[in-house]
Design a protein around this ligand. Structure first.
Ligand SMILES: Nc1nc2c(c(=O)[nH]1)N[C@H]1C(S)=C(S)[C@@H](COP(=O)(O)O)O[C@H]1N2
Ligand SMILES: [Mo]
Length: 421
């Protein structure tokens, strides 16, 4: 689409329209229409589950047994024991918060079983006062919540392949999840340690067998980072860093160090494995880009997507997620004709910075072939690029930070394929 092409409120020949659900002329009801006498019968029959008292109380709730397909897809690798990923089934979820049990996982050496009574956090290096905290000490500090996404820098890397992968969306874009993280603003503890003027970096280290560590510029540490103790209202799950985790809103997953045990203030970055051999990117020039911390704006249509089938003609709700590591999402446009025309989707409130934002748009499908796309714009004016634009800039053989527009091709039969269009 050329830059000067006008933005259309109604796109795809009137088929994508925010007001579709309100138009009375369209038959959009998907409920089966029933005659009054049938209704009376339905009222008389009591389903099996209505004929005796239900199950007793439970100490910790579980999803319905009918939802057993809504699971993380796990994928280990042979590099080290406990190294691998599990993916969030984004194609099955709604709203903006990822349930803790479905938040994606990325571990380098498994999940440590940490006794919170023995866990300590050390702050040292270029400080005037080294400090050690127990979890009980930390729990006495004032806390704040941050609703934010975490996305692995390697998320969506299958989209660098020359052929579009045919997998459920969550199982190649689901290294991104969103939680309410509650904990202590990092700047409070840094102020207490009296950081020396020469300190420019903070090296954060985890208490897992990998002792994963990364370097974080001090400006960000003083800005909006949190030492999280709670996730979605309860103590952080072991997989996500129990009992203490560094949250670095909007920045790539790897800097959000789990099982946090040490913060070392220094003048230089540490040049750890995960910021040199990994999470750096080779550019077409042959040079590597390093410390590409911010996750750029991205959006995905989660429903319908690969694996769904449109069984009937009529009205559908396109639903998806958008996010940006630079701030708020201000606009998501949806196209049903492969990007020739675009309509603006409704953003579900609240729209928060560095957080998943849910967008929705009604769509009328009458058996026409279609290519569905979504395109996010953030508050800095950054617009999510088309795939060819991203490849031209970053080369054909990237691995990290893939954020191009995703396209779903809908066939005349209602089947959905992933395409590069
Ligand atoms: N200590 C420690 N922190 C870690 C990791 C790890 O293996 N060990 N993995 C990192 C990576 S690469 C990512 S993407 C995120 C994943 O966080 P999650 O498992 O809670 O989704 O944690 C980061 N923090
Ligand atoms: Mo990651």
């Amino acid at each position: 689409m050329s830059k000067d092409q006008e933005f259309l409120p109604v796109a795809g020949g009137g088929l994508l329209d925010r007001r579709l659900f309100l138009k009375r002329s369209l038959s959009f009801s998907t409920a089966v229409l029933i005659a009054p006498n049938v209704l009376a019968d339905t009222e008389d029959t009591r389903s099996a589950w209505m004929q005796k008292p239900g199950a007793p109380f439970s100490n910790y709730g579980q999803p319905s047994p009918y939802e057993q397909a809504t699971i993380r897809w796990t994928m280990g690798n042979s590099m080290a024991p406990g190294n691998g990923v599990s993916w969030t089934p984004l194609h099955k979820l709604e709203g903006m918060i990822t349930p803790s049990g479905l938040h994606f996982e990325r571990h380098h050496n498994g999940v440590p079983k940490i006794d919170p009574k023995q866990h300590k956090l050390l702050i040292h290096g270029l400080v005037n006062q080294s400090l050690v905290f127990s979890m009980d000490d930390l729990l006495r500090y004032p806390m704040q919540s941050c609703y934010c996404f975490i996305e692995c820098g390697g998320n969506s890397n299958a989209a660098w392949r020359s052929e579009p992968i045919q997998t459920e969306l969550g199982y190649f874009h689901g290294m991104a999840s969103c939680s309410e993280w509650t904990g202590i603003p990092l700047r409070l503890l840094l102020a207490e340690a009296h950081v020396k003027g020469r300190a420019k970096w903070l090296i954060a280290e985890g208490a897992d067998a990998a002792m994963m560590n990364i370097s974080l510029p001090l400006d960000k540490a003083f800005d909006d980072c949190i030492l999280a103790i709670y996730q979605n209202g309860e103590r952080i799950r072991p997989e996500h860093g129990y009992p203490l985790r560094l949250i670095v809103p909007g920045w790539e997953g790897v800097v959000n160090v789990k099982w946090l045990r040490r913060l070392h203030l220094s003048a230089m970055p540490t040049m750890a494995r995960n910021e040199t051999a990994k999470y750096t990117e080779l550019l077409p020039s042959g040079k590597a880009r390093q410390f590409s911390f911010v996750m750029e704006a991205k959006s995905l249509i989660t429903q319908p997507s690969y694996g769904y089938k449109l069984e009937q003609h009529g009205l559908y709700q396109i639903s998806g997620l958008a996010w940006s590591g630079r701030g708020k999402i201000v606009k998501v446009e949806v196209s049903a004709d492969g990007g020739k025309s675009w309509a603006e989707a409704e953003l579900q409130s609240p729209v928060l910075a560095k957080c998943f934002t849910r967008f929705r748009l009604p769509w009328q499908w009458q058996g026409q072939k279609a290519v569905l796309k979504s395109r996010a714009t953030d508050e800095t004016g950054y617009v999510q690029p088309e795939r060819d634009v991203l490849l031209a800039e970053r080369g054909e053989h990237g691995y990290f930070h893939y954020n191009a527009i995703v396209s779903w091709e809908v066939s005349a039969e209602g089947g959905i394929r992933h395409v590069y269009a």
